[in-house]
Ligand binder design. Structure first.
Ligand SMILES: Nc1ncnc2c1ncn2[C@@H]1O[C@H](COP(=O)(O)OP(=O)(O)O)[C@@H](O)[C@H]1O
Ligand SMILES: Nc1ccn([C@@H]2O[C@H](COP(=O)(O)O)[C@@H](O)[C@H]2O)c(=O)n1
Length: 202
């Protein structure tokens, strides 16, 4: 089994890069786990209280469960991935079953910042895009897909996203084996990662 960690700031293109990698591999060879699925359950808080949470701090993530799940997959055991709602800003009651596969991809802003999780990765990738580019992408996505308004996105960006990026995410770049520049779509880098995966699997 090959376990790949893919980190990078919000809007850098992690999900897009993962999709580009996975699209070229046989479906039954890959399982993708998103750190976003492991936001802690906040159903005991009101929606307004949940809106005040710093979702970019490592404490907002249930890393213990995420680490347990990666270890289970490595042992060949299936896992029950929590379902997270960005609109409700909490965990949903249902889970999704994921089976172990030859390639396991774990993607999320903080996946290279946690030492115990990092240790489980065979390949560590950091996707880089400049902060202005990421903010533009984030604004478009959060307004369109996550039901936030302009003021909320900008407030969060200034109070949580940017400071946490500088404190935890950007410094985790030093642990990466590969850094993918993604201000523009980077097909060459994606091809190289695919080749590395195919060589490892051969
Ligand atoms: N290289 C790129 N150039 C322009 N837009 C991009 C690029 N990569 C991703 N995007 C767009 O930016 C937004 C955020 O990308 P996404 O892959 O969801 O980032 P992340 O998972 O890192 O938050 C999406 O709308 C996506 O289509
Ligand atoms: N309820 C939430 C939970 C998280 N976020 C933001 O998601 C970002 C991480 O996801 P990416 O796909 O962008 O990597 C993170 O920056 C959180 O601020 C949110 O907006 N609402």
């Amino acid at each position: 089994m090959l376990v790949i960690g893919i980190a990078g700031g919000t809007g850098c293109g992690k999900t897009t890069v993962v999709k580009q990698i996975v699209d070229e591999l046989p479906k039954n060879q890959v399982v993708v786990i998103s750190q976003d699925s492991y936001y802690k359950d906040l159903s005991h808080l009101t929606k307004e209280e949940r809106g005040q949470v710093n979702f970019d701090h490592p404490n907002s993530i249930d890393f213990d469960l995420l680490i347990d799940h990666v270890k289970s997959l490595k042992k060949g055991e299936p896992i029950e991935i929590p379902v997270y709602s960005f609109v409700e800003e909490t965990r949903m009651p249902e889970t999704v079953t994921a089976e172990p596969r030859e390639v396991v991809i774990v993607e999320g802003i903080l996946v290279l910042s946690n030492p115990a999780l990092r240790e489980l990765f065979d390949i560590k990738i950091y996707v880089h895009a400049d902060s202005d580019e990421r903010l533009i992408r984030r604004l478009q996505r959060d307004i369109k897909e996550r039901g936030h308004d302009l003021e909320k996105v900008l407030h969060r960006y200034q109070t949580a996203v940017k400071p946490m990026h500088n404190q935890f995410i950007e410094p985790s770049k030093e642990f990466a084996d590969i850094i993918i520049p993604n201000n523009h779509y980077n097909t060459v880098a994606v091809d190289m990662v695919r080749t590395i995966i195919n060589n490892k699997l051969a």
